[in-house]
Design a binder for this molecule. Structure first.
Ligand SMILES: Nc1ncnc2c1ncn2[C@@H]1O[C@H](COP(=O)(O)OP(=O)(O)O)[C@@H](O)[C@H]1O
Ligand SMILES: [Mg+2]
Length: 222
């Protein structure tokens, strides 16, 4: 595999009547590359991530994610990639309030995710990630009792316990002050380094962009 993402002549609009939201002649994300995707509110950043996540599909053009065709809705191999190789971190983290910290982190495994690891190996990996993130004492805590910074770490732990090949992050730092933003980015980068995870990080906060391998202005695609 050469590219984590490979796009050619992609056009996307939400319906035949509505205007084109994204028009991307060409885009490639190298394996292991970390890209910062910048653009103002409403410019199509979340739409782009939903295309890469296989939640929506291009109106025309070709989209390959981790060497699988994501151009249309059907495809078993596409669904396998979605389940096994992609992780997401959302703006509000999407932690489930009636599950504790450990249960939230294990959630992808309950939803059918499986790789070569057995139960014990997953538990060992979970303990290591919790320790690396400094949240091992919070394992049985209710997520509704966490600070914002702790919630972020739980979301990062959940995203990386799968050892994803590609992480999609949608403005995960937008509600944070500068110190917390820097700390969270360091956590993400350390984990991505460990697991050789490629990353698309979406934000309108340009203060972070210098730390990425590449910066793309969504407006430059149109
Ligand atoms: N489900 C949808 N149906 C129709 N239009 C949508 C939908 N979601 C987003 N849009 C429109 O697509 C454009 C891009 O939105 P979005 O991708 O959310 O931008 P961003 O994440 O950069 O703020 C906006 O004009 C928005 O109104
Ligand atoms: Mg958005």
């Amino acid at each position: 595999m050469i590219h984590a993402i490979d796009i050619k002549n992609l056009v996307f609009s939400y319906s035949a009547q509505s205007e084109v939201v994204l028009r991307i002649a060409e885009f490639q994300l190298q394996v292991g590359e970390k890209v910062f995707l910048a653009g103002p509110s409403g410019s199509g950043k979340t739409t782009f991530l939903e295309l890469i996540a296989g939640i929506i599909h291009p109106t025309s053009g070709s989209l390959q994610v981790l060497s699988q065709d994501f151009s249309s809705a059907n495809g078993d191999s596409k669904d396998l990639v979605r389940k096994n190789d992609l992780s997401f971190i959302f703006q509000n983290f999407n932690l489930i309030p009636y599950l504790n910290v450990e249960e939230n982190i294990r959630l992808p495994f309950w939803l059918g995710f499986q790789d070569g690891r057995n139960e014990q190996q997953v538990t060992d990996d979970l303990q290591k990630i919790l320790k690396d993130l400094g949240i091992n004492s919070l394992q049985k805590k209710k997520v509704t009792e966490l600070s914002f910074g702790q919630s972020q770490r739980v979301a990062a732990a959940r995203a990386f316990l799968k050892r994803p090949k590609l992480l999609l992050a949608d403005e995960p730092t937008s509600a944070l002050d500068q110190d917390h933003r820097d700390a969270f980015l360091k956590v993400l980068f350390d984990l991505a380094q460990n697991f050789e995870t490629s990353m698309v990080f979406v934000s309108h906060d340009k203060g972070l962009q210098n730390r990425f391998d590449r910066v793309i202005e969504i407006g430059s695609w149109k």
